[in-house]
Write a protein that binds this ligand. Structure first.
Ligand code: MG
Length: 366
C-alpha cells in the first residue's frame, strides 16, 4: 500500500461558551482547525486533525500547519502509510522540527493502519483499559466568582476534574483557586494551570498562598528552570506541560524530580507515534499523564481517546473531550462525552466517518 495523495480541509470551530481565555490576555473565539486526508492506492483513506491553541500558546499556528503540510506532503507520496516508523523517519528527514505539522499526517496513517488491520487504534496502542476514562474540564480565565460557578456547573454535568486557567494577576489567581476549591466534593481534582503566565516570584507567592488547598500547580512559568525553582519550593503536586515537548524533556524532568504529572499533547510531540513512546516511557517511570492535544474537534478527540483508553488508568491523570467544547461536528461516530467520561470508538482505525459536507472543498491537494 502506498500514499497517492494528501489533502487538507479547513474547519472553523466556534465555542459553546463564546470564547476561551488563558494567561497573557490570550483568547480564542473560533478555533482554526485543519483536517488531513491521506489517500492510498488501495482505496483506504485515513484522517488526522491539527488545531493549535492560537499562535501564542506553543510555537505553532493554524496557517503554519497548512503551509507545513503542503511542504511535506509531496515528499510522502509513494511511501507505505502503515509503516509508521518509516513514515515518521521520512517526515523528520524532510523537515526538521515543526512537530505539529507532522502530527495530523501521523494520526491519519494510524487511522489507515487500523482500518487495514480491522482493529481500533487503541488496540494497536496496547489495548483497552476498562470501559471508559475520566476527563477534565478546562475553566476559561474569568473573574474568580464566575470561574467557581463554572466549576459547579461542569460538576453537575458529571466532570470531577477541573483545570482553572490562571497565570494572571497573582492576587486574583489566589482568589480563583480558593473560591473554586469550595465547589469541590470528595474525590474531585483541581488543577491551577498558569500556562507559563507567572514570573518565578509570582508563582512562589501563589503556591505559598494555596499551601492548604488541595490543588495541583501546572506550568507556572515559561522556562523549565523557573518551573523547577517553584517546584522545589512548593508542597503542592506539580504538573509540567509546555516544556515537555519531547522524550528528552521527560527524562530531564524525571532526573530532576521536576514534576509529578506531565501533560502529553499529541501534536506537541509530533503525532501518535511519538506520543505513544512518551506515554510508555512515563508508565515505566511511574509518571502520570494528562493525555490530550492543544485543541481540536471530533478527529482530535478520537485520536486522544485511543491513546488515553490504551493507557493504564493508574497513570492516566485525566484527558480531554474537545469536541464537546465546540459547536461544529466534523465527523460522525467520534467519541462523545458521557458525564465526565469518554471511551475510544470500538471500530477499526480511529472509528469515525468525516462529515465531508461540513469540511467542504480541500484547501490543499498534493
Ligand atoms: Mg496545561
Amino acid at each position: 500500500m502506498v500514499i497517492t495523495q494528501i489533502k487538507c480541509y479547513q474547519a472553523g470551530l466556534p465555542l459553546h461558551e463564546g470564547s476561551y481565555k488563558w494567561s497573557g490576555g490570550n483568547s480564542v473565539e473560533v478555533f482554526d482547525s485543519t483536517v488531513v486526508a491521506v489517500h492510498t492506492d488501495e482505496g483506504v483513506t485515513g484522517y488526522g486533525e491539527i488545531c493549535p491553541l492560537g499562535a501564542a500558546y506553543l510555537p505553532a499556528y493554524a496557517a503554519g500547519a497548512r503551509t507545513g503540510i503542503a511542504e511535506l506532503a509531496p515528499q510522502l507520496i509513494g511511501h507505505d502509510p502503515t509503516q509508521l516508523a518509516l513514515i515518521n523517519q521520512a517526515m523528520d528527514s524532510a523537515m526538521r522540527g515543526h512537530p505539529y505539522v507532522k502530527s495530523a499526517i501521523d494520526v491519519a496513517c494510524w487511522d489507515i493502519l487500523g482500518k487495514v488491520c480491522g482493529q481500533p487504534v487503541a488496540a494497536l496502542l496496547g489495548g483497552r483499559f476498562g470501559e471508559s476514562f475520566a476527563l477534565y474540564r478546562a475553566i476559561s480565565q474569568e473573574a474568580p466568582e464566575q470561574m467557581a460557578r463554572m466549576v459547579g456547573r461542569y460538576r453537575s454535568e458529571g466532570y470531577t476534574k477541573f483545570q482553572l486557567k490562571v497565570g494572571g494577576d497573582p492576587d486574583v489567581d489566589i482568589e480563583r483557586i480558593r473560591l473554586a476549591s469550595k465547589e469541590l466534593q470528595r474525590g474531585d481534582v483541581l488543577v491551577a494551570d498558569a500556562n507559563t503566565g507567572w514570573t518565578q516570584h509570582q508563582a512562589i507567592r501563589v503556591a505559598d498562598a494555596v499551601r492548604d488547598v488541595d490543588v495541583y500547580i501546572e506550568q507556572p512559568c515559561m522556562r523549565y528552570e523557573e518551573c523547577l525553582a517553584v517546584r522545589e519550593h512548593t508542597n503542592r503536586p506539580f504538573i509540567l506541560d509546555e516544556v515537555i515537548d519531547d522524550i528528552g524533556a521527560v527524562l530531564r524532568g524525571y532526573e530532576d524530580r521536576a514534576m509529578d504529572v506531565v501533560n502529553l499533547k499529541i501534536s506537541k510531540v509530533g503525532g501518535l507515534t511519538k506520543a505513544r513512546q512518551i506515554r510508555d516511557l512515563c508508565v515505566s517511570l511511574g509518571i502520570a499523564m494528562t493525555i490530550e492535544d492543544t485543541w481540536g474537534g471530533d478527529i482530535v478527540t478520537a485520536a486522544i481517546a485511543h491513546l488515553a483508553h490504551s493507557t493504564p488508568p493508574r497513570f492516566l491523570f485525566s484527558s480531554t473531550d474537545f469536541n464537546s467544547y465546540v459547536t461544529v461536528s466534523i465527523a460522525d461516530g467520534a467519541p462523545q462525552r458521557d458525564g465526565g467520561r469518554l471511551a475510544a470508538p470500538p471500530r477499526p482505525g480511529l472509528g469515525f466517518t468525516p462529515r465531508m459536507e461540513v469540511l467542504g472543498k480541500p484547501v490543499y491537494t498534493s
